[in-house]
Design a protein around this ligand. Structure first.
Ligand code: TNX
Length: 518
């Protein structure tokens, strides 16, 4: 049976195509609609006869655990409307009401009703209210993203949305090691990704070039590995203090994003070895590296200091990370002898559990038996997935040829790499995480994640250009039910989102595959 939302959204797509054919520059401003939301809701039933106008007198009703979500909502709507939008415990009509009550829709599911006399968002948990609020933001026109008061009417289209995610883990990864990115840039990235219901931010905190998180018991990691000039080509440098990190974790948590810290081991450790030469097998300090080669450095599996180091790092990271996951890397250990690699992973994975966390590792860790208790992150689409399938572990899907945000859109894209090919928006969208790997059925898919490696990145504009719009494709694959998957619909909704990014100053890639509204 065709889903009602699908029928409506294909109609929208058709309308856009038809109007686009007559008006040369594109479809023009698209009225916000229940069928236009990104990522597509599980179910949306527009009611064309109903609208709810936001006005100077509208209140936000919230109490207890829903109040912080109400604050996010108020922050989103106050600047452009200029309305006070007070947060109050109750109101009679003309309100957006956030209700915490069992909806049977899981932790992140929500129900949204837009009626003539008000809006209700109902969810079992605050995370669901937050997801509902992200949907609500897209129901007002793009001008709502302005930071100054706009003179216009603010009208919500009527109807109902019942929504819940396909996968509990929907992630983005940012590489702080090849180029450090300041907390302000990371906060802004969190703002942008959480709009699309991405709920995990994996931070790649160490690599051959630099070490980006303070570890008190091994201070030279950041004193040396986080110094100026430790980025690729000697650009940048820097690191997160424990306070920076804790503040980021809180900022993310306020937007229902869980930080997943990664320390990459046993390969990708040159910066650590420059700071602590005892971490090499021969005890000799290697030279600092600012090139982008991989696979040459390795911790020494036969030395006890290796495990003291790993345990100290894991313990300190676990202490400052409230989230359940800790990523230990494990990729591209090309200079670690195979037996040593297995020995290292077998010893280090249990340390993550010892400090109360669930380990995540790149797909290579699946070769070790201990990986059965970890989450295995699939990345290299060209490799034999036998060990990954055999491990029985849940699989986080990050196939490089679909999800790597550092791959160029085409060979003319400024910045980015293309070792896994080029990835246009449609290629980022047209695949199914539940059917990608034979031997890894839907039930074993832990979630999806889009990594952004920063060899060629400098600043936030570079990050945003590669992430948007492709990260939205991943967000939809992770959130929306398979039955809603539809490229014409996705493409139309994306095109309609462009003016929001423009207003937000997000430098997104104007893919020629999408008809961007002006
Ligand atoms: C492969 S993906 C890597 C990274 C590079 C990236 C560049 C993975 C687990 N390892 O070290 O930065 O390619 O795309």
């Amino acid at each position: 049976m065709r889903h009602p939302r699908l029928a409506v959204s294909s109609l929208l797509a058709l309308t856009l195509l038809v109007s686009g054919a007559s008006a040369a520059p594109g479809p023009g401003p698209v009225p916000a609609s229940l069928s236009g939301v990104l990522p597509a809701p599980a179910q949306a039933i527009p009611d064309r006869h109903t609208t709810f106008p936001l006005s100077r007198d509208t209140a936000i009703v919230a109490a207890g655990a829903s109040t912080p979500v109400a604050e996010r909502l108020a922050e989103a709507f106050r600047p452009a409307t200029g309305f006070p939008l007070p947060i109050v415990p109750s109101a009679s009509g003309n309100a957006i009401t956030l209700v915490l009550a069992d909806t049977g829709l899981g932790d992140e599911g929500y129900r949204l009703d837009v009626r003539a006399d008000g809006i209700e968002v109902r969810a079992t948990r605050p995370a669901g209210l937050f997801a509902g609020v992200q949907t609500l933001r897209q129901l007002l026109p793009a001008e709502i993203e302005s930071t100054t008061v706009q003179k216009r009417d603010w009208v919500f289209p009527g109807g109902q949305i019942v929504d819940r995610p396909r996968y509990a883990y929907r992630g983005a990864m940012l590489d702080l090691a090849r180029h450090f990115h300041e907390p302000a840039e990371i906060r802004r990235y969190i703002d942008q990704i959480s709009r699309f219901k991405i709920n995990h931010l994996h931070l790649h905190l160490s690599d051959d070039q630099g070490w980006r998180i303070r570890i008190d018991s091994w201070p030279r990691l950041t004193d040396i590995g986080g110094a100026k000039g430790t980025g690729v080509r000697g650009i940048g440098g820097g690191y997160l203090t424990k306070n920076d990190y804790r503040a980021l974790v809180r900022y993310a948590a306020d937007r229902f994003v869980t930080i997943v810290p990664e320390i990459d081991m046993p390969g990708h450790v040159n910066a650590a070895q420059v700071a602590y030469p005892e971490l090499t097998c021969d005890g000799m300090a290697p030279r600092p590296r600012i090139d982008i080669r991989v696979g040459y450095s390795s911790l020494c599996a036969g030395k006890e200091v290796t495990y003291r180091f790993a345990e100290d790092v894991i313990r300190e990271l676990a202490e400052m990370t409230p989230g359940p996951y800790l990523h230990i890397g494990g990729d591209e250990a090309h200079s670690t002898p195979h037996a040593d690699y297995l020995r290292f992973v077998e010893r280090v994975l249990p340390l993550v559990a010892k400090y109360g966390k669930t380990a995540i590792g790149w797909q290579e860790i699946a070769q070790a038996g201990a990986a059965r208790d970890a989450v295995v992150q699939h990345w290299n689409h060209e490799w034999d997935t036998g060990p990954l399938v055999a491990s029985g572990a849940p699989v986080l899907m990050s196939p490089a040829n679909r999800t790597y945000l550092d791959m160029q859109y085409d060979l003319l894209t400024p910045g980015g790499l293309h070792w896994a090919g080029t990835i246009e928006v449609r290629a980022a969208y047209d695949w199914d995480p539940g059917r990608l790997l034979s031997g890894v059925p839907e039930e074993r898919v832990f979630g999806v994640e889009a990594p952004l490696w920063s060899e060629t990145l400098r600043d936030l504009a570079d990050i945003e250009f590669l992430a948007f719009p492709r990260l939205v494709a991943l967000a939809e694959l992770g959130w929306s039910p398979r039955a809603t998957h539809d490229w014409p619909s996705f493409r139309a909704r994306l095109g309609a989102y462009g003016p929001r990014w423009t207003r937000l100053g997000v430098r997104f890639y104007r893919s020629p595959q999408v008809r961007w509204s002006s």
